[in-house]
Design a protein around this ligand. Structure first.
Ligand code: 5GP
Length: 238
């Protein structure tokens, strides 16, 4: 499958049409951005690592019965996937408090939450991705029915139930992550976007070391080594 027209360029990926109107190709970029684009850099090989990690995780999630947009990895930087109408909600799943949760609500950084928290952010760079509740999402027309929000929440929890024990076995705490969903041509809600250390937080269970984009956000260095380590653990080469 070949790339045709550039449909959209985001911060971490370019999206291309293909000869099949139901399929698109994502090109994973090496660019790094944080704080809504205020901090920028690039790390050679980062895009390929995210493509490979996302590929493995989408395959795992699909195998456990959660539908995703994933079709196949084409080469190091390209993924073939279904075309979806993106739902403009960033679904944040949290097992351990850190990041904006600790900052906004004063919950101690590193506190294990009594239950898995699912939050919605409005995917809107201009507004800085503000928090949403269900009524906001319905008023904004981001989905048509409450049932769809309930389904998205259920699917996000299912993904967490798959990934959390999977990473625990590999010595990584899945602290939190961001998912995006879309509607396929039949109107089914499926998991879209990517699942990578760009949008997940992983902490090493033994050392507490951060193995994700916080290395860039917090200027810790060693981002590529950390992403490679996440991929190696996924591939079982720990
Ligand atoms: P926080 O709200 O604490 O900044 O982020 C929670 C989790 O969601 C983190 O794993 C973070 O990587 C992810 N996340 C939240 N918003 C975004 C976003 O706009 N882009 C990306 N790549 N990840 C996000």
């Amino acid at each position: 499958m070949e790339k045709r027209e550039l449909l959209y360029e985001g911060k971490a990926k370019k999206l291309f049409t293909t000869d099949d109107q139901n399929l698109l190709i994502s090109e994973f970029k090496d660019d790094l951005t944080a704080f809504n684009g205020a901090k920028k850099s690039s790390e050679a090989g980062k895009g390929a690592l995210n493509n490979k990690i996302s590929t493995e995780l989408f395959k795992l999630i699909e195998s456990k019965g959660v539908p995703t947009h994933f079709v196949g990895m084409l080469d190091d930087n390209h993924m073939l996937h279904k075309r979806v109408d993106v739902i403009l909600i960033e679904v944040i799943v949290r097992n351990i408090a850190t990041g904006s949760l600790s900052k906004n609500l004063g919950i101690e950084d590193g506190k294990v939450l009594p239950f898995t928290l699912v939050e919605f952010d409005y995917k809107n760079d201009e507004l800085g991705d503000p928090k949403l509740n269900d009524q906001h999402a319905l008023i904004l027309g981001l989905v048509d029915y409450q049932d769809e929000l309930d389904k998205i929440r259920r699917m996000a929890r299912q993904v967490n139930d798959i990934l959390k024990p999977y990473f625990a076995e590999k010595g990584l705490n899945l602290v939190d992550f961001k998912l995006e969903f879309g509607k396929d041509k039949e109107g089914n809600i499926i998991l879209a976007d990517e699942i990578s250390p760009d949008n997940c937080r992983f902490w090493d269970m033994e050392t507490g070391e951060k193995m994700d984009k916080d290395r860039f956000r917090q200027g810790l260095g060693g981002l590529k080594v950390a992403y490679e380590e996440v991929l190696n653990r996924i591939l079982g080469a720990k």
